[in-house]
Design a protein. Structure first.
Length: 240
């Protein structure tokens, strides 16, 4: 990871040489250390070699594997925050990128100041202050923020950092409706930008991992038109 003299080490995986160079210079000017790669294979190599704090991935990478494949490969071994870049605001590409493991997305063309602000927000919230979280026992589901772990029926559930923070945010306010905007602010750190599709995609991913039947959720319930509510079994929870 980057040294304390910089805001963090960013790995850019982008095949367009001009854009890659422009992003490298711009993010360096913003105070980041930057590494680059041009395809999936070199991206994974640089990921292993540099241990970045955040990865910026172009979805439309050349070759047999693309940016979606890279996100999935990263998630097999790392919880590093990922921002995907898409050429247009295509709902399918956005959702597919988030489902592949990305934490957020930006659409080309984008403003570098906004991208840098998104990166800083993700890096800030990625550092969990466990003192603010007490252990939460919901019967079969146990959330242990100090250990960064979640277990279901005694088996550890592999969550990404964003999924974990999202579950903690919801579970800390049982039976209370949290709007998508509130979740964007508290989990992603976005108080002036952000797309609620990011929240919905992560809720779907979280449900696949903790719900007995994701199509009929019992823990993370949708409140139509308002947001999401965490419902402990029998409205009881042990916090300690």
């Amino acid at each position: 990871m980057a040294t304390q003299q910089t805001l963090g080490l960013i790995l850019i995986v982008e095949d367009d040489e001009r854009l890659r160079s422009a992003l490298r210079l711009a993010l360096r000017d913003e105070g980041f250390t930057v590494e680059t790669a041009s395809d999936v294979e070199s991206g994974m190599q640089r990921l292993t070699a540099t241990d970045p704090d955040l990865v910026l991935v172009d979805l439309m990478l050349p070759g047999p594997a693309n940016g979606f494949d890279l996100c999935r490969s990263i998630r097999q071994s790392s919880n590093v925050p990922i921002i995907v870049v898409t050429a247009r605001d295509d709902s399918h590409d956005v959702v597919a990128g988030l489902e592949a493991g990305a934490d957020d997305y930006v659409t080309k063309p984008f403003v570098i100041k906004e991208l840098a602000a998104r990166i800083r927000a993700l890096l800030r919230r990625s550092r969990i202050n466990s003192e603010n979280f007490a252990a939460m026992d919901f019967g079969d589901l146990v959330v242990s923020p100090e250990e960064g772990r979640v277990s279901l029926s005694g088996e550890e559930v592999p969550l990404t950092r964003t999924e974990f923070l999202l579950l903690c945010e919801l579970a800390q306010s049982p039976n209370r409706v949290l709007s998508r905007d509130i979740l964007l602010e508290n989990v992603w750190g976005y108080d002036f930008f952000g797309d609620t599709r990011v929240v919905d995609a992560h809720v779907r991913r979280l449900r696949k991992k903790i719900e007995p039947d994701p199509s009929e959720p019992v823990y993370v319930v949708t409140v139509r038109g308002l947001g999401y509510r965490f419902e402990p079994p029998a409205s009881e929870a042990i916090v300690g």
